[in-house]
Write a protein that binds this ligand. Sequence first.
Ligand SMILES: [Zn+2]
Ligand SMILES: [Zn+2]
Ligand SMILES: [Zn+2]
Length: 432
Amino acid sequence: MTGSIKGIERFESPGKGRGLRVTKAFKVGELLFSCPAFSHVLSVKERGYYCEFCFTRKEGLAKCGKCKKAFYCNVKCQKADWAMHKLECSAITAFGEKWCPSEMTRLVARILAKTKSQKERCVSEKILLIGEMQSHVEDVDNENREMNEGNIAELHQFYSKHLDFPDHKDLLTLFSQVACNGFTIEDDELSHLGTAVYPDVALINHSCLPSVIVTYKGTSAEIRAVQNMKPGDEVLISYIDLLYPTDDRNNRLRESYYFSCDCQECKTKSKDKKKLKLRKRSDPIEPEVVNNMVRYARKSIREFRACKNIKTPGELLEMCEHSMEEMGSVFDDSNVYMLHMVYQAMGVCLYMEDVEGAIRYGEKILKPYFQLYPPFSLNVSSIYLKMGRLYMVMDRNSVGVGLLKKALAIMEVTHGKDHLYLAELRKEIAQK
Ligand SMILES: [Zn+2]
Ligand SMILES: [Zn+2]
Ligand SMILES: [Zn+2]
């Protein structure tokens, strides 16, 4: 670890390699540790809403006078960010509309700039940690390899003025390291704000029954217990969305992180039956019919993802409705594949500012989400928040407040009682 953290130590986790475990007891909601970002980058779509340096959200941020694309709380934040922003400032102006590196490329450019300047000072422990992050470069499949090659091309195109690059092989390693170990910073409704690397958090292994959860305060990651932990317990987070059944979770883990999970839930599959609940029919449904429908569902999910940025909102809604109708002959409304499509449809409605439509879809999600996710889940708190706020917009305040209070109860554990999001939420509740 970058330093010693009280109550936490590194150890060799059987079958998993390095990991973290606690040396003292932690209660649900207790902070294990907080970790500043080694490097972070704000999403292009959030420019102007959040400070590029500290990720504070507020009105009236001050613009970078040169590129007019980066925004800051004040001169102090701007000065502190310059070592990173200067990698992009002049290029943004020079390339204009054609400036379009991926968020991954932007983050890697920052890591390269930072490790360079730290090496100049002296050998930093943090560089070693970045070097230590697992890369699995030999496991990378064609699709991921192509993406990494694309990112390297962008790096040369947009950042060559300010950076000396290591050779191609080392760059490939760095990109796969960051792909496996990068964290998405999200807000209270799980909107994507940016990407960052946290060397200490990258040491935490995965479980589908996580003992801790990661949330963000500004650009720092905070790790809190979501289960009571006793000395010797491993610190475990979930790398993936836990809604889906065991096979889907493990496919996802293999595709993105190159391992399969052997946690208790993956062994017993205790929630799979509920997650794949079938429609009640007088005649029993043949296993083959179910299997075919699962295949259809997975294909629909992939197709929707591929079309998300191409098709119109109307066409996307139609895709959701069509696949729900198909699946509805076999699957119950609470089946996770149905829920996946309902959630996407809700997202499309939100995008179109169709509040009533979003509420109609959201209502179908609330109860099954609560039943299928672990007790302290950001997926559950964020749906309560979204729905609560939508009901407030419709002046249905008592329903809205009820949902916001449910979100608050989860977030007191996941975010800590003094987080800014909770202060804002208490204010929203008090106003009505
Ligand atoms: Zn700031
Ligand atoms: Zn600038
Ligand atoms: Zn598992």
